[in-house]
Design a protein. Structure first.
Lengths: 119, 186
């Protein structure tokens, strides 16, 4: 295989996506452990995990998709990417709604604007 | 204190084991593998072997391998943090969120493994794990909401019972009208 500029650029892009995805995933995990209440944890988990997963899938797609036989990786990456973009925020939203309905304890400085609607 | 020490010991053991793993377990030696003619299936497909050989000649392969080695350790640290939150979480939602994040870490580990080995055989796992994770999150959210509705309807029925029988000389009598509807319609 001749090393061309295209392969080098795709690999550099894949490396950048890999580092960004790993950073977001680690920040999400630290946030889930350290943040004070369930709503903060849902916030950290949904956003950071979505971005981290997108970065890692893009890295796999860019790095392995440039070779012969890498087409399954590209197709499955696109499917997983679309599914992650749809499913992870939806699941987090439903979970946050359910935990608010359940009355999960809130971090005391939180200003609950919906409190007057609750009986 | 003992609990903290146990957690730290488990964490250190995991990091050590997985730090030692990449040399022995995660190296895909193309020379040691069976040759391409032996691994062809009934359709004569040799795609994975070709992919492995092509990936080893990629221009920025070495930095990506190093990033994968760091990434395994990062993902294992995140996995341990999520497991600690799953064990500690005071509310059910905390545990569900931590379990969701554990599945996402498993997905990320499989993606890193695919990049590291240059083999596409494990890549189906991410679709299955994503689907199961989404279904489990929705199911647990429904469970939390349904549990709340049950408790709220029970509390409301109890309150109505208390109001109805405030001056009743026999307060332990079972309410006849409320018992006819054990489940409140949502």
């Amino acid at each position: 295989m001749i090393v061309t500029l295209t392969h080098f650029a795709l690999d550099a892009l894949a490396l950048a996506c890999l580092v960004i995805g790993l950073g977001f995933t680690l920040i999400g995990a630290i946030g889930v452990l350290r943040l004070p209440d369930a709503y903060h944890r849902i916030h950290a988990a949904s956003k950071c995990s979505t971005l981290g997963l997108i970065g890692l899938l893009l890295a796999a797609m860019l790095h392995l998709g440039q070779f012969d036989g890498g087409a399954p990786v590209v197709v499955k990456s696109i499917i997983a990417l679309v599914f992650a973009c749809v499913a992870l925020p939806t699941g987090s939203h439903i979970l946050a709604k359910a935990s608010y309905k359940d009355g999960a304890p809130m971090y005391p400085p939180t200003h609950d604007e919906l409190a007057k609607d609750r009986t | 204190m003992t609990r903290r020490l146990l957690q730290l010991a488990a964490f250190a053991m995991l990091v050590l084991v997985l730090h030692a793993a990449p040399d022995s377990m995660l190296t895909w030696d193309a020379a040691a593998a069976p040759d391409a003619a032996a691994t062809t299936d009934a359709y004569g497909s040799t795609d994975d072997v070709m992919l492995t050989e092509a990936v080893t000649r990629s221009p920025l392969r070495t930095p990506i391998i190093i990033a994968c080695g760091v990434g395994f350790i990062v993902l294992i640290i995140g996995l341990v943090l999520c497991i600690i939150r799953t064990l500690l979480g005071p509310h059910v939602a905390d545990r569900v969120v931590a379990t969701d994040l554990i599945t996402i870490h498993i997905t990320a580990l499989v993606v890193m493994l695919t990049i590291r080995l240059g083999k596409t055989e494990y890549y189906d796992i991410i679709l299955v794990v994503s689907l199961i994770s989404f279904a489990a999150t929705i199911g647990f959210a429904q469970y939390i909401a349904a549990r709340t509705e049950d408790e709220a309807s029970q509390a409301r029925r109890q309150a109505e019972h208390d109001i109805d029988h405030a001056h009743d000389p026999n307060p332990d009598a079972t309410p006849t009208t409320d018992a006819a509807q054990p489940h409140a319609t949502p």
